[in-house]
Design a protein around this ligand. Structure first.
Ligand code: PMV
Length: 330
């Protein structure tokens, strides 16, 4: 008998305010420390999974093209983990990003949150709990566990696959904070984030960072709860620069910042001196995430456009958690 079971899900990417950089376990993506993120409304991945026992192997399509390289292999290996516990049949998978590929916006977070959810939706049985879905997303890519939830999210690090899960701190309507992602450079990363996690884990500064983080996490959660951008922004900038200090002094070193990155960071600090409440954070790449209140977003955007004309800016608010729906891609 032929069986075909289909499911589709959409998930938003997220930006870490407190970063996940370094792992305790590389198979299940158990982090060295907890992290905290905002889900990004404008950076969505939609994925359809069809479990199909007439296929001889998985077929993976990303942004409309069949992929046979390492990206497809990563998806297949991930599906193997689900197959080990559930159905053993091959799958056809199609995935589309709302943002252009190769922009450096983390697509693995939205990608694995959507893939995990679509894979379970396609089984046609009751969905696992949100907490269980954060575990499944994490096994694909650590930061993906935070994209299961909307709004502001904490990843509780735990020490094992069983207790490393993400929880929502506040929903997407709690605070109309904006993250203007400025696409400073589209050049591919010289050091991937999986390699970066390994280098960071053995970095001599990492022990000191782990000592500082619990207090910073507590203060950051307090600033989110109080919707206090001045406090939050100072913590988040320190955190981003600390992560980059570890990146750029690792063996081998990862110098993700480009000249445009630094130009914008200096400008943001000058605008703040001028009285405009605006802050930055960075991912493992050259793009700058510019944080401000919604009422200041038009002014912040105008200043960025004047400083660096022609760059794409993706303006996000806090986005929703993962959704299962019927707008299938296959
Ligand atoms: O989930 P990964 O393995 O792509 O790691 C993400 C790492 C950072 O984006 C740099 C930080 C974070 O917490 O998202």
């Amino acid at each position: 008998m032929t069986r075909e079971m289909r499911g589709t899900a959409s998930a938003c990417s997220n930006i870490a305010l407190i970063k996940y950089w370094g792992k305790r376990d590389f198979t299940d993506n158990i982090p060295l420390n907890g992290s905290l993120s905002m889900t990004l409304s404008q950076a969505t991945t939609t994925t359809t999974v069809i479990w199909d026992d007439t296929l001889s192997q998985d077929e993976i399509y990303l942004d409309g093209e069949r992929v046979l390289d390492g990206r497809g292999l990563r998806v297949s290996r991930y599906l193997d983990r689900i197959r080990a516990d559930y159905y053993r049949m091959p799958a056809r998978v199609a995935s589309m990003n709302s943002f252009p590929a190769g922009t450096g916006i983390a697509s693995s977070a939205s990608g694995f949150a959507a893939l995990a959810t679509a894979a379970f939706a396609a089984m046609g049985e009751e969905m696992p709990s949100d907490t269980e879905m954060t575990r499944w997303a994490r096994r694909g890519s650590g930061s993906a566990c935070r994209s299961i939830h909307g709004g502001f999210v904490e990843w509780l690090p735990g020490t094992s696959d069983a207790d490393s899960t993400a929880v929502q701190l506040a929903g997407e309507d709690f605070w109309d904070l904006r993250d203007l992602v400025v696409l400073v450079s589209r050049a591919p990363k010289a050091i991937s984030s999986s390699e970066g996690h390994k280098i960071a884990t053995r970095h001599p500064f990492m022990a000191a960072r782990q000592e500082l983080l619990p207090a910073r996490m507590l203060a950051t959660k307090g600033a989110v709860a109080a919707r206090d951008l001045m406090t939050l922004g100072a913590l988040v900038e320190q955190e981003a620069l600390e992560m980059h200090a570890i990146m750029m002094s690792g063996q081998p070193a990862a110098l993700y910042m480009q000249p445009g990155t630094l130009k914008l960071l200096h400008a943001i600090r000058a605008w703040r001196e001028d009285g405009l409440p605006v802050f930055f954070t960075l991912d493992a790449g050259p793009n700058v995430h510019v944080l401000c209140e919604s009422r200041d977003a038009p002014e912040v955007r105008a200043r960025i456009e004047q400083l660096m004309p022609g760059l794409s800016i993706l303006e996000n608010r806090a986005g929703p958690g993962v959704r299962v729906h019927e707008d299938h891609l296959l």
